[in-house]
Design a protein around this ligand. Structure first.
Ligand code: URA
Length: 433
């Protein structure tokens, strides 16, 4: 291991055998954390070439179980987002794409830091199970074509070990390590193709389009070398996606969208990602055809029906769709009002995400419990005009201590200007090989 650390420190390229030694040795407890941490720091600064990244991904993927979906008829395609604020796309997209005949076997994660997680959102529906026995999950996929569950302990155990170390040694922000981490968990679900939603901006891990482009290429190159079809969209995370941020609030907004309502940015991104998935599945010849099919499914309520079925298969009462009173609610609501007139030129997704975390809606470590009821409704969005005294945001909370922790941060999240500035484009680039 000392030799391998030296090699990477001098920008050497680690072979597949060397990477296997590192992954298997760490899992057996034969490589101490301090040596792994030193290696990660060397990788953070010296990088990895594409071959190394793919080999590391493969070794980490093979450190655990990989689902076998061959018995399930139909193409299996999934989406992965690199993490954002207000990103409830999966809740709408998975049943929508399934209603168009493509199986979506989604293994999802929890929120960390200022970002939300699909499992936390779904678990705010009373009774919703995100841990299912694999045979039940496979049966569900055969019957309704969609399911969203968590990555069990048997999937990519190397990533759990590595991520915990990276998190406390300043080595999360390395593109090869992020690539291997994301893919080792995601490819374990055994789908044939993946669309990556690579977020960029204030509220994202990637702050510049150049970084997002590098991560996109890394993700789709490693996926394709492992035999998966893949493409990526680079999408804006300057302001939260949609109006709602916070677990229960986001479930309501997702259901509203499945019913034909919902904010335009959320609808647009969901449809574009869905059309990319249909294209990868080979069920449409171009994005325009995919968009048309998905729009029709959404309008006819077919995606909503599929969502109801998913809720039932995963142990909860599907009537929640028609009666939001079944969802837990925050006790209090506070209206943050605009201090002056102006166009909203900034609505910082990072600050809004951080505020929801501080309210109790997010977590610092994976063991922490969250409060699903708290959150923020962004009543006004970037580019909109607001008058002095009008409501800017509504904050949902349960005690005044929570509220006092977030007011300053939220005030600094918003900037107003007299001139209307151009909005950042939602979908910046498509990356494919
Ligand atoms: N998400 C992951 O799953 N892994 C990383 O390393 C970063 C984000």
């Amino acid at each position: 291991m000392t030799e391998l650390i030296e090699k990477k420190k001098r920008r050497g390229s680690l072979s597949a055998e060397e990477l296997r030694f590192i992954v298997t040795g760490s899992l057996k407890g034969e490589i101490p954390d301090y040596q792994l941490a030193a290696l990660f720091m060397a990788i953070k600064f010296q990088g990895m070439d594409q071959r190394e990244t793919t080999d590391l991904t493969r070794e980490m993927l093979n450190s655990g179980k990989v689902l076998e979906l061959e018995s399930i008829p139909g193409k299996k395609i999934d989406k992965h987002s690199t993490g954002g604020v207000g990103d409830k796309v999966s809740l709408i997209l998975a049943p929508l794409v399934a209603s168009a005949g493509v199986v979506v076997p989604m293994l999802s994660g929890r929120g960390l830091g200022h970002t939300g997680g699909t499992l936390d959102k779904l678990e705010s529906i009373p009774g919703f199970q995100t841990t299912l026995p694999i045979p039940h999950f496979l049966k569900q996929l055969s019957h309704i074509g969609v399911g969203i569950i968590g990555q069990s302990g048997e999937i990519a155990p190397a990533d759990r070990l590595f991520y915990a170390l990276r998190d406390v040694t300043g080595t999360v922000d390395s593109i090869p390590l992020i690539t291997a981490s994301i893919l080792s968990k995601k490819l374990a679900e055994g789908a044939e193709g993946y669309v990556f939603d690579v977020k960029v901006g204030q509220g994202a891990f990637m702050k510049t389009v150049e970084e997002a482009r590098a991560l996109s290429f890394s993700l789709i190159s490693a996926s394709s070398e492992i035999g998966k079809k893949a493409s990526a969209l680079i999408t804006s995370m300057e302001q939260p996606l949609g109006e709602m941020v916070g677990n229960t609030l986001e479930v309501k907004e997702a259901i509203d969208t499945l019913k034909g309502g919902g904010p335009t940015d959320l609808i647009e991104l969901t449809l574009q990602l869905g059309a990319e998935m249909l294209l990868l599945a080979g069920t449409v010849r171009n994005i325009e055809d995919g968009l048309k099919i998905l729009q029709a499914k959404l309008q006819r309520g077919e995606a909503l029906d599929r969502f109801r079925e998913m809720v039932r298969w995963q142990g909860a009462d599907p009537r929640v769709v028609d009666d939001y009173r079944q969802l837990p609610q925050a006790k209090e609501r506070w209206e943050m009002r605009s201090p002056s007139d102006g166009y909203i030129s900034k609505l910082d997704a990072y600050e809004v995400g951080l505020a929801v975390k501080r309210l109790g809606g997010g977590r610092e470590s994976l063991q922490q419990k969250i409060d699903p009821t708290v959150g923020i409704m962004c009543v006004k969005r970037m580019g909109e005009w607001i008058r002095k005294g009008e409501i800017l945001m509504e904050i949902y909370y349960n005690n005044s201590q929570q509220l006092s922790k977030v007011i300053d941060g939220l005030s600094s999240a918003v900037e107003l200007s007299k001139e209307r500035e151009a909005l950042p484009s939602l979908i910046k680039e498509k990356i494919s090989l």
